[in-house]
Design a protein around this ligand. Structure first.
Ligand SMILES: Nc1ncnc2c1ncn2[C@@H]1O[C@H](COP(=O)(O)OP(=O)(O)OP(=O)(O)O)[C@@H](O)[C@H]1O
Length: 798
């Protein structure tokens, strides 16, 4: 199997190289302008020549053989040149379909002139040329009436096809090719056509309905549409093209239904009484189903529907730097050494088996009957010393197997390329929320894990042992699998160099505070605001989940996609948020508790609502990785560390001090330790990926995190009664009457948005009217009735 793979690789890598070479012909901006102008004018000239050829070709034809003669006069508007080139393309070539060549040439010039991304142009050429050939063959059917229509290519190809397939066969083939074009290029499918017709008919019905009952315009008849201006990402951003995307977000009516009955008076003295019962309508399944039927499921990716995931060719193939070579001599030598060493300690071996990994080989030993494994375990250090090689790790016993494992580093370690892990079927077919391809295990299997299940990751390793490469591997994995609508990164990089490359994908994948300029946070003091803002985001998301009666982000998003949640009530599609903190030790040293508290809070609570933390540190000392942090980060990665103590701090186990560095790592998700060779992704590769993503159409701005007002200014705002929301008193009355401290109740009763309701709740908390946030439960209301509320507010004012 492994051999097959290595054989395939060279052929795979050859094909893309050809593709990459084409655009690598780098032109300066000036050259592009000159060449672009030339091509535009040339395209225009072709258009003129072709048009005039259609009118004058019969007259000019006799002159064609003597075009080089200066005295020969042609009728073509571009004279001999026009007549010659048109004859070549139209008469001898593709007939009238050749006009597409003129248009494509013009377009190429236009793209060069304005320095647009060539990605789309390639598609124009591909489909344009195909369409030209098809049209030419199609017009070949009419060659007898007008030979000019299909040109020689059209006529000959048509003739050739008819000889083999007959007229009907050729027509069927052409029809089939037309379908292929419609489906792949114009994306026309039966479902789309039926949705279009259904929408048209419902629009007409609505039109009639609104004419008849114009005044009773209920919410259900209104259509909420999201309009978004998208700035195309030309490298210099000099031009702005406005694209309007409309997505039907029809609200689901959940207004209370009021029914009233009247109890008539039985005799004259009696008074009749009207009884009103209010019944809250449930979110109707059928209504949501109908919306899904009409408009399809909500598609969060629609805004960037043309987004293309980075291609595997952007990653380098390191497979030639070694391949899996089984060095028999080395294996034999190590085996003998192990057998001899153990013999010195009077441990006999029954059976020994070797598994060759990318950087280390695992020798699995079954000791002779009667030898207790605990004996080997006690001799662990002595055996390691006797084998005298860096990176030896003894696992006694291997969990679940009852054998003893000795890991010995290979003389020629192999680089595990990111390309090979990304291309592995395990990663490609991973049905995970946030799949990460870490690298390869000792048995050469790609290890793919779900960050969403971890749910947070702690990473440690001495300097230069592969931590930054590891972080890049994680981020790269997510970039290869997740659409910009599905995941956002918050990057904290005090070293200011490691993560800056990701700046290029700011408007696709990064999230930042509303008032900050840079998405990547390099200033420690700003980290505190961001962490607190994430806590607010977390609280808001919990409220949304509670309103939607779901337990986690996955269920919430599924419900939102099925159009069962009303965007008018603040519901929205929630992307996952991955917070990456490089050099956590540095942060703790400068900011201390202020950072630790929100991190611990996020780590404790954020798993259900899709915020995941990855924290990396060089110094895994106990004052950096405190008990509170450790307790909430069950998933840990250790690259090589300098001491056994460090290894114990990070893994609760030794072993990380025995690693060999360069991406050799131990991974645990709470139970056993797995030794992995981390996938290697170099800075230029990450740069290329970011460049590829960054050059595509983006969102107008980075994803906005909620605004965080730091504590000092926050309390002054709350204490300052004059700055309270104008609906503050009304809101207090609503909550005290209902005895329920929920933002969604305020939204419904006061008809306000989610953010405003959240702000009012905060002000109510500051005024001691409602209690603090309690996770999934509603807040407690601290005042029992309206009279007490009035007294409370009066006391405050005086
Ligand atoms: N997975 C890997 N495979 C092969 N070589 C690696 C791997 N990871 C790291 N290396 C090698 O180790 C070098 C240092 O790695 P890296 O920059 O990730 O270290 P670091 O732990 O982040 O160091 P620092 O903490 O100082 O930033 C790399 O330049 C590379 O040559």
């Amino acid at each position: 199997m492994a051999r097959k793979k290595t054989k395939k690789r060279p052929s795979k890598s050859k094909a893309p190289k050809k593709q990459v070479k084409l655009p690598s012909l780098k032109l300066s901006r000036k050259q592009k302008v000159v060449l672009g102008s030339f091509l535009m004018l040339f395209g225009f000239a072709l258009l003129i020549a072709f048009s005039s050829f259609l009118i004058n070709w019969q007259i000019d034809q006799s002159e064609l053989s003597q075009l080089s003669d200066r005295n020969v006069q042609t009728r073509n508007w571009l004279s001999s040149f026009g007549a010659g080139i048109s004859n070549f393309f139209i008469y001898k070539g593709f007939g009238v379909a050749s006009f597409s060549l003129a248009i494509l040439t013009f377009l190429t010039g236009f793209y060069l002139f304005l320095n647009f991304n060539f990605q789309r142009l390639k598609a124009y050429w591909f489909w344009g040329v195909l369409l030209m050939v098809w049209l030419s063959v199609f017009f070949g059917f009419f060659a007898e009436k007008n030979a000019m229509l299909g040109g020689t290519v059209g006529f000959e190809t048509n003739d050739y096809l008819q000889d083999y397939l007959g007229l009907i066969g050729t027509i069927l083939l052409m029809f089939f090719l037309a379908i292929v074009y419609l489906v792949f290029r114009l994306k026309i499918t039966p479902e789309r056509i039926s949705v279009y017709f259904k929408k048209a008919s419902s629009d007409i019905k609505e039109e009639f309905a609104s004419d008849e009952e114009a005044p009773i315009n209920t919410m259900a008849n209104e259509k909420a549409s999201v309009k978004q201006d998208i700035v195309p990402d030309s490298p210099d951003n000099s031009t702005t093209e406005e694209v309007v995307i409309e997505q039907q977000l029809e609200p689901i009516v959940d207004e209370p239904k009021i029914t009233s009955t009247t109890i008539e008076a039985s005799n004259e003295d009696d008074i009749s009484m009207e009884v009103e019962t209010t019944e809250e309508e449930e979110v109707s399944e059928t209504k949501a189903n109908k919306l899904v039927e009409d408009f399809g499921e909500f598609d969060p990716k629609l805004e960037l529907s043309n987004y293309k995931f980075p291609t595997i060719e952007l990653l380098k193939d390191y497979s030639n730097s070694g391949g899996i070579t089984i060095n028999q001599e080395e294996l034999e030598e190590n085996k003998n050494k192990i057998v001899e060493t153990l013999k010195n300690y009077k441990i006999g071996i029954d059976h020994i088996k070797a598994t060759v990994g990318p950087t280390v080989t695992l020798y699995e030993i079954i000791p002779e009957a009667g030898i207790r494994i605990s004996k080997i375990k006690n001799l662990e250090d002595d055996i390691a010393l006797s084998l005298a090689a860096l990176g030896i790790r003894i696992i006694a016993p291997i969990p679940g197997k009852g054998t003893v494992g000795i890991e010995v580093p290979n003389k020629n370690p192999r680089i595990v390329s990111m390309r090979s892990t990304i291309a592995s079927p395990k990663f490609q077919n991973a049905e995970m929320e946030l799949p990460i391809a870490f690298g390869k295990t000792i048995s050469n299997e790609t290890l793919v894990v779900d960050l969403a299940k971890m749910p947070h990751l702690l990473m440690a390793g001495a300097t230069g042992q592969g931590k930054s490469v590891g972080l890049n591997a994680i981020l790269t994995s997510l970039l290869y699998k997740k659409h910009p609508a599905e995941v956002k990164f918050v990057l904290v990089d005090p070293k200011k160099v490691e993560l800056t490359l990701f700046n290029k994908i700011e408007r696709h994948y990064l999230a930042k505070l509303p008032d900050s300029e840079d998405a990547i946070i390099t200033d420690n003091s700003k980290v505190i605001n961001t962490l607190n803002s994430l806590c607010i985001e977390m609280d808001e998301r919990y409220e949304l989940l509670k309103d939607a009666y779901v337990r986690n982000i996955k269920e919430y998003n599924a419900k939102f996609k099925a159009r069962k949640l009303n965007p008018e009530n603040g519901h929205k599609f929630l992307p996952y948020i991955v917070l990456v903190v490089d050099e956590f030790a540095d942060l703790i040293m400068t900011a201390g508790k202020e950072v630790e508290t929100p991190i611990a809070r996020l780590a404790q609570l954020a798993r259900a609502i899709g915020i995941h933390l990855i924290i990396a540190t060089q110094r895994p000392s106990v004052n950096v990785i405190t008990g509170m942090i450790k307790a909430n980060f069950p998933a840990r990665i250790a690259f090589r560390v300098m001491s056994k103590i460090d290894s114990r701090t990070i893994l609760d186990n030794g072993g990380a001090d025995q690693l060999i560095g360069r991406g050799d790592m131990l991974y645990t998700q709470g139970n056993e330790l797995i030794r992995i060779q981390c996938a290697f992704v170099d800075t230029p590769e990450v740069d290329k990926i970011c460049e590829y993503i960054g050059s595509q159409k983006a969102y107008p701005d980075a994803h906005k995190l909620p605004e965080y007002i730091s504590e000092d200014s926050g309390t002054s705002l709350d204490i300052d009664i004059s700055e309270r929301d104008s609906l503050f008193n009304q809101a207090a009355e609503v909550l005290v009457t209902a005895q329920q401290g929920s933002a969604s109740l305020l939204q419904r009763k006061l008809k306000i948005g989610y953010n405003r309701a959240g702000r009012i709740i905060d002000q109510l908390e500051a005024a001691d009217i409602v209690g603090p946030f309690e996770g999934s439960k509603a807040r407690q209301v601290l005042i029992s009735d309206l009279q007490s509320l009035e007294r409370h507010l009066n006391d405050e004012e005086s």
